[in-house]
Ligand binder design. Sequence first.
Ligand code: NDP
Length: 489
Amino acid sequence: MSSVELTVREYGHFIDGEEVAATGQIDRLGPATGELVARFAAGTATDVEAAVSAARRAFDRGPWPRLSGAERARVLLDCVAALHERAEEIAMIDALEVGKPLRQARGDVAGAIGHFEYAAALAQDIHGETFTDLENGRMGFVFREPAGVAALIIPWNFPAGIFGQKAPYALAAGCTVVAKPSELTSGSAVEIARLITEAGVPAGAFNVVTGYGDPVGQALVESPDVDFVSFTGSTATGQRIAAAAAGSHKRIALELGGKSANIVFADADLDDAVDGSLFSVFYNAGECCVAGTRLLVEEAIADEFLDRLARRAGELTVGDPLADDAQVGALISPDHLEKVMSYVASGKEEGARLLTGGAQVDGGLFVEPTIFDGVTPQMRIFREEIFGPVLSAARFEGVEGAVALANDTPYGLGNTVWTKNVDTALSMAKRLRSGSVWVNTSLDTAPQMPFGGFKASGHGREMGRAGFEAFTELKSCYIAIGKRDPYFG
Ligand code: NDP
């Protein structure tokens, strides 16, 4: 049960410190109920221009980039206090707009608060390098400056969570921001923008324009006044963004899709491995870029393991995200449900064996937790990102077999290993081609730990010191000490 009840919410954009009325509107029907939960502004290229101009002015002439790190940290800590006060409301907004269990949405908001806290610490720890013995009596120092105007493009699966992975780091570095949430789930971004401004981020330093990828995201990526784009979303859109950004020479960080392996060795603690494997793929209804959607299980225990896993999957509670016992919520939209169900059909057609699930649940955009066995690397359900509660299981023998199967994918976001053998654990951690590896645990994140992918899963990192430094530029300064020899003799 929640103490918060929400009526239908209406949002404008948030530009230059105030909410700006929409010229067009987008009705958001909650995916769990089909009822109207919010109305968002359908932004235009003109709205983007206004927000980018405000952010540009705030960067070039405003106070935010010029404050000391300690002053920026104090504002970020005031954001933390305000987020704590509004946490339940923001979680409820995400739960209704995404259709995710409220319990999980609460975890996303708590995660976002942790990022604001860590970013506040980083704001006070911006430092560089000094070289004292360069040729000809020169000294050199290398320091960091804010990168400029940052565009943050945020998807629908973790609206507050991914906002938290980007926004506080950008602000801590001294950037000014235009954020564009998904048109399906924009409520929490506008709410947090208001809260950030009330906490003391000056007008123009933090803006939100809501609306569709084209024109809003596209205009942001093409704008010559945006210096850096931090994008999370599909690999296809990431490629379009890389091409568009090249035209205006801006820097980009891309956090894209995945097809992560969840690898179970015969010597694993099988209770932990069953529990963790379920969580890895069915958390957030599988709408998670690092979901462990390829289960690779060692041949010797495969039948027993899959049996236990299928039984447990069948016991998960699917349905009303606001119910206390909700474990698997709704999918984001009817189109996406259709896409997920087409992958279930493809698994059957290509000869995989359905162990459990595979059907839509009555009364909403819900899909049963689904497990296929006998999946081969040529099948679409092994290769392509489904972004739904569908697990594809294949079998292997030994470390070599596991490495070969796990790395047989265009993606490289995350992989999980279950084993009690330290040599196996370390060898796998080194040989898996992915930005994250979990051993005997799955899907953990921490503000200190960078996050991002190899191969088609993107480039650049967010979170951690690396994610923070992505919002900075490096500058090298040379200083001559004393009188130097004339250049032309
Ligand atoms: P997209 O990659 O299209 O959307 C992600 C964000 O980018 C949204 O805010 C979107 O806006 C915006 N966007 C879309 N087109 C452009 C553009 N041309 N320029 C700038 N921004 C743009 O993902 P989808 O929502 O269409 O989901 C499709 C698939 O992507 C999923 O099925 C899943 O496989 C994958 N995905 C991966 C995510 C991840 O965490 N890595 C997150 C979400 C999806 P808008 O919502 O208006 O289109």
